[in-house]
Design a protein around this ligand. Structure first.
Ligand code: ADP
Ligand code: GN1
Ligand code: MG
Length: 378
């Protein structure tokens, strides 16, 4: 093995725990940090068999500060991926490419707990796939929408009671607002001074934060199994056909609202700017992309959404964007302990884009509603 390991304690110990080299009857040739996730530490392992065939794996150190109970989280992922495998097989698909698959350790466990209490897992790399950081065509975005809608449909009869809540109140916007208020009180005052405009924007919209939670509590919106982190880089596309192929990042699959999945995809994918764009004139809602996603998502859900859910799709988009904004802002105020940052004030930049996008959605509200209506009554 000629690998130089990245500066991540215990990585060699973790690699040795999985049957990576033995299974491939060859050697590990590379181990590099990979992807743009904000939460886990992800590495690409590249192996070569003795007859020079390349085989890749994704190794991840789970963030156990954020996910308090990694064994329960892995239990969720194993249950969900096994269920998806059966569904995909029954639909004539290829479960090795259309869902994540957990590679067991040499001891037959679903994760490895190292001597410094880090939790590690491995997924076979989905070969000939592409991960997009931004929408490159309307068709890609439409395709991702069909696949997220279909994911929802595939899990419609999944026994929801066996799922653990990996992060309690994850998309409870009212509870996120309370966290934001706490961050305002306890956070850094110099940082708060830099973010006065954003703080005011967030406080002005307090009433919105209860809309979905109230409808859920009174039974107007149904609780479903949802992904809860449906940004575009959490779906892989087939490099050959360019079809949306596999939904990844299943850490937050939990009971939730369809509006969370719809909304988070719009927040990230239908933004004309990047999530951390500093030139706010580039940030806004692309209505054509909003339309493409709405069409695709409703097709993927194939009639399973209620009229009320469909009517509230614009609210899902706005609230998921607002909520992400207050999460970024709270993290900025309290010292950037949650989301990984790569530059000074990165979380403030991210919060600003989210609020600019919310403002643009508010300005385009009637148009968003008209698009949804068009697909509700085709
Ligand atoms: P995070 O929770 O930090 O966002 P992800 O699980 O989304 O981590 O993984 C980070 C990146 O790694 C993804 O955006 C994707 O590019 C890549 N990735 C993850 N799993 C696979 C896989 N099985 N095959 C190919 N690429 C993957
Ligand atoms: C995080 O793990 P990643 O990068 O896919 C976060 C999401 C946010 C997103 C913002 C567990 O997602 O909730 O919407 O960043 N995941 C968690 O980009 O908090
Ligand atoms: Mg991710």
């Amino acid at each position: 093995m000629n690998t130089e390991y990245p500066a991540c304690a215990k990585i060699a110990e973790a690699i040795a725990a999985f049957p990576i080299e033995a299974a491939q009857n060859g050697s590990l040739v590379e181990c590099i940090p990979y992807g743009n996730g904000h939460i886990n530490d992800t590495f690409l392992l590249r192996c070569e068999t003795t007859d020079k065939i390349e085989k890749k794996f994704i190794l991840q150190r789970m963030n156990h500060t954020i996910f308090k109970n990694p064994p329960q989280l892995m239990e969720n992922i194993v249950h969900v991926t096994q269920y998806l495998r059966t569904m995909i097989l029954s639909q004539g698909g290829n479960p090795d490419r259309e869902t994540l698959n957990v590679l067991q350790t040499r001891d037959g466990a679903d994760f490895f707990w190292d001597s410094s209490q880090n939790y590690w897992r491995v997924f076979p790399f989905i070969e000939r796939s592409v991960c997009l950081e931004k929408v490159e065509s309307e068709k890609d975005f439409y395709d991702s929408a069909v696949t997220f809608g279909n994911f929802q449909k595939q899990l419609a009869d999944f026994p929801v009671e066996i799922l653990h809540e990996t992060i309690p109140n994850f998309h409870n916007t009212a509870s996120r607002f309370a966290d934001f208020q706490k961050a305002l009180l306890e956070g850094d005052k110099t940082r708060a001074a830099l973010a006065q405009e954003e703080i005011a924007f967030a406080l002005d919209r307090k009433e919105d934060t209860f809309v979905l939670t109230s409808l859920l509590a009174e039974g107007t919106l149904p609780l479903r199994v949802t992904h809860n982190d449906t940004k575009l880089n959490n779906i892989l596309f087939d490099a050959d056909t360019r079809k949306a192929l596999c939904i990844i990042d299943l850490d937050t699959v939990m009971p939730g609202l369809s509006l969370y999945d719809f909304g988070d995809s719009i927040r990230f994918g239908a933004n004309t700017g990047a999530e951390d764009e500093t030139d706010l004139t580039k940030v806004g809602l692309d209505l054509s992309l909003f339309e493409a996603f709405t069409k695709g998502y409703l097709e993927g859900c194939a009639g399973s959404l209620t009229e009320k859910e469909i009517e509230l799709l614009p609210m899902g988009a706005k609230l998921m964007t607002y909520e992400c904004g207050i999460r970024f802002l709270a993290d900025f105020l309290t010292g950037d302990h949650y989301f990984k940052i790569h530059r000074e004030h990165h979380n403030l930049d991210r919060a600003r884009t989210q609020f600019r996008l919310v403002a643009d959605m508010e300005a385009k509200w009637d148009k968003m509603a008209a698009i949804v209506k068009k697909f509700k009554n085709p």
